[in-house]
Design a binder for this molecule. Structure first.
Ligand code: VGL
Ligand code: ZN
Length: 202
C-alpha cells in the first residue's frame, strides 16, 4: 500500500457539523432511524480529528415543545420525538462531543417545523463569525435534517463535505436516502469517508 495522504486536509475555516445525533433517532428511540447508532463511533473518529486540529464542532438538535405541530396528535407526520429537555432529546450517550462544542437547538416553536439547522437559528451567523467556510456534515437523518441542512449550507455558500459513512436515512419511502445523497452531490456537496479525511502520511 502506498502511504495514505488525506484527500481533505483539515485546516483553518473548517468545521464539523453534527446533525441531530439524539437518542430518539437511535434504535429504541421514538423516531428510530434504522442503524442510526452506527454513525456514533464514526463521528467520534471525526471528532477526535477536529479536536486535535483545534477546529470547531457544532451539533444541532431537534428540540420540540410537547405539542409540536410535527407530531401525529397535532396532525403532523411523526410520532412525538425530541421533546425539549427529555431524555430522548439528549445527544447519543456515546457521542464524544467536546465540552466547547456549539449546540444549536432548532424547531423549538410549536407552530413550525425546521429540518435545517440553519432555519430559524443563529447557525449561519455563528459560523461566519468564526471564519468557517467549509462544513463537514454527518448525522441523522440523511433524508430529512441532513438533506435540508446541506441544501441551506450550499445555498449560503459553504463548501460542504458530506460524510457518507456518518449518515443514515429514515427511508419512509424506499430509496429516500439514496435520492437525498444524489441531490446533495448534484447541488455541489462533495462526498467523503473517514478513510479519505483521517488518513495521515506515514
Ligand atoms: C428529523 C424527522 C423529524 C431529523 C427531525 O432530524 O432528520 N426527522 N424531525
Ligand atoms: Zn423533529
Amino acid at each position: 500500500m502506498p502511504s495514505e495522504v488525506s484527500l481533505f486536509p483539515l485546516g483553518a475555516g473548517d468545521a464539523l457539523l453534527i446533525v441531530d445525533v439524539q437518542s430518539d433517532f437511535l434504535p429504541g428511540g421514538s423516531l428510530a432511524v434504522p442503524r442510526g447508532d452506527e454513525v456514533v463511533a464514526v463521528l467520534n473518529g471525526y471528532l477526535a480529528a477536529f479536536r486535535n486540529s483545534g477546529l470547531p464542532v457544532v451539533a444541532t438538535r431537534d428540540w420540540h415543545p410537547p405539542d409540536h405541530c410535527s407530531f401525529r396528535q397535532q396532525g403532523g407526520p411523526w410520532p412525538p420525538h425530541c421533546v425539549a429537555g427529555s431524555e430522548g432529546a439528549g445527544f447519543a450517550p456515546q457521542l464524544q462531543l467536546p465540552t466547547d462544542a456549539t449546540v444549536i437547538s432548532k424547531a423549538t416553536a410549536q407552530q413550525s417545523d425546521a429540518y435545517s439547522g440553519f432555519e430559524g437559528t443563529e447557525l449561519d451567523r455563528l459560523l461566519r463569525q468564526s471564519g468557517v467556510r467549509r462544513l463537514f456534515v454527518g448525522g441523522l437523518a440523511t433524508d430529512y435534517c441532513v438533506l435540508n441542512t446541506v441544501r441551506d449550507a450550499l445555498r449560503l455558500g459553504y463548501q460542504t463535505v458530506l460524510l457518507l459513512d456518518a449518515i443514515r436515512a429514515v427511508d419512509v419511502h424506499a430509496g429516500d436516502g439514496e435520492r437525498a445523497i444524489a441531490e446533495m452531490l448534484q447541488k455541489g456537496a462533495r462526498a467523503a469517508t473517514a478513510q479519505q479525511i483521517l488518513a495521515k502520511p506515514s
